[in-house]
Ligand binder design. Structure first.
Ligand code: THG
Length: 292
């Protein structure tokens, strides 16, 4: 399991200003803290970066590379900024991301090819977000086909089904898991990733880790290759590293529809079971799901 640290991003309250002001220290400190926490990649998310995006991406890549050799995921929708980052990246880069929107596909594939980079294939189609697992499959097949046609090997592609917040749409939450169970069959040999924290967007901050951890277990069951995560959630890291087989088994039992008696469980086990019931759609999400 490859973990990609999410914390260096333009939306962050502390690092957003540091990125805009080209203040290297907070960014370098965060990079080192994420490395120490045990990630395998650092995501550098500068957003759409419409103004001077190329200069910003080059600056942040160089700023981070000055303190660590950790591989980088370059996260922007601006292809000019993407190329500026690829040019200065010392290790094999991960392009985050290429989608099936015609302009992003046209700009992204040549970059993956010419810079021999890995690429995240975001399942966002010409008509927007896929509605279910089948539409995700169709988009994945199309994306792999287009990339292969350009000379990009399947194993360089990390398909991202686009996780959406549980507070918005439970069907999308379920459909990502269902899609993950189908991916190896529809696009053999390709890898996968997911923006895990998306799932808990809009839920109370102290409850987010429960959703993130349990959803990771559900996706890992079907071979999830990597995830963009909060590096500082030590329990999430333990799950990713296979150190919590007991709770993993418990969540699998909920996924299989087993009715587990909550009263027989420890507090932590009960929390995982309740959270898994919410993420499978068995119980309705509310901010108080752990108390019920
Ligand atoms: N797929 C791909 N790339 C992605 C996403 C995806 N990149 C961006 C995003 N989704 C993944 N990264 C984050 C980064 C931060 C948060 C969520 C996802 C987050 N941050 C806190 C917040 O907004 O409340 C804290 C912000 C702060 O530090 O102040 O939730 O899906 N390919």
């Amino acid at each position: 399991m490859i973990l990609i640290g999410e914390s260096i991003n333009i939306m962050s309250k502390t690092l957003g200003p540091a990125l805009r002001e080209r203040n290297p220290k907070p960014i370098q400190e965060m990079a080192l803290a994420e490395v120490k926490a045990g990630v395998d990649y650092l995501d550098l998310n500068i957003g759409p970066a419409r103004r001077a995006g190329d200069e910003l991406m080059k600056w942040v890549v160089e700023t981070v590379q000055a303190v660590t050799d950790m591989p980088l995921s370059l996260d922007t929708t601006n292809p000019v900024a993407m190329e500026a980052g690829l040019k200065v990246c010392k290790s094999r880069a991960l392009i985050n991301s290429v989608s099936l929107q015609p302009d992003r596909l046209q700009a992204g594939l040549p970059l993956a090819k010419n810079y021999n980079a890995d690429m995240i294939g975001l399942l966002w189609g010409a008509e927007g977000m896929p509605r279910d697992a089948n539409e995700r499959c169709m988009l994945a097949v199309e994306l792999v086909y287009q990339a292969n046609d350009m000379g990009i090997p399947t194993e360089n592609i990390w398909i991202d089904p686009i996780a959406s917040p549980i507070s918005v749409e439970i069907n999308q939450v379920k459909s990502c898991v269902e899609f993950m169970s189908m991916l190896a069959e529809v696009a053999p040999g390709c890898k996968s990733t997911v923006g895990l924290s998306n799932i808990s967007n809009g839920t109370p901050t102290h409850l987010r880790p429960y959703l993130n951890r349990t959803y990771l277990i559900m996706l890992m069951r079907y071979g999830l290759h990597s995830a963009i995560v909060d590096a500082f959630d030590a329990e999430l890291n333990a799950i990713a590293r296979g150190k919590m087989p007991e709770v993993v088994k418990l969540v699998h039992r909920v996924m299989d529809g087993e009715q587990i008696d909550i009263k027989s469980l420890s507090k932590k086990e009960a929390e995982y079971v309740k959270t898994a019931r919410v993420l499978t759609g068995e119980t309705l999400y509310s901010h108080s799901w752990l108390e019920i």
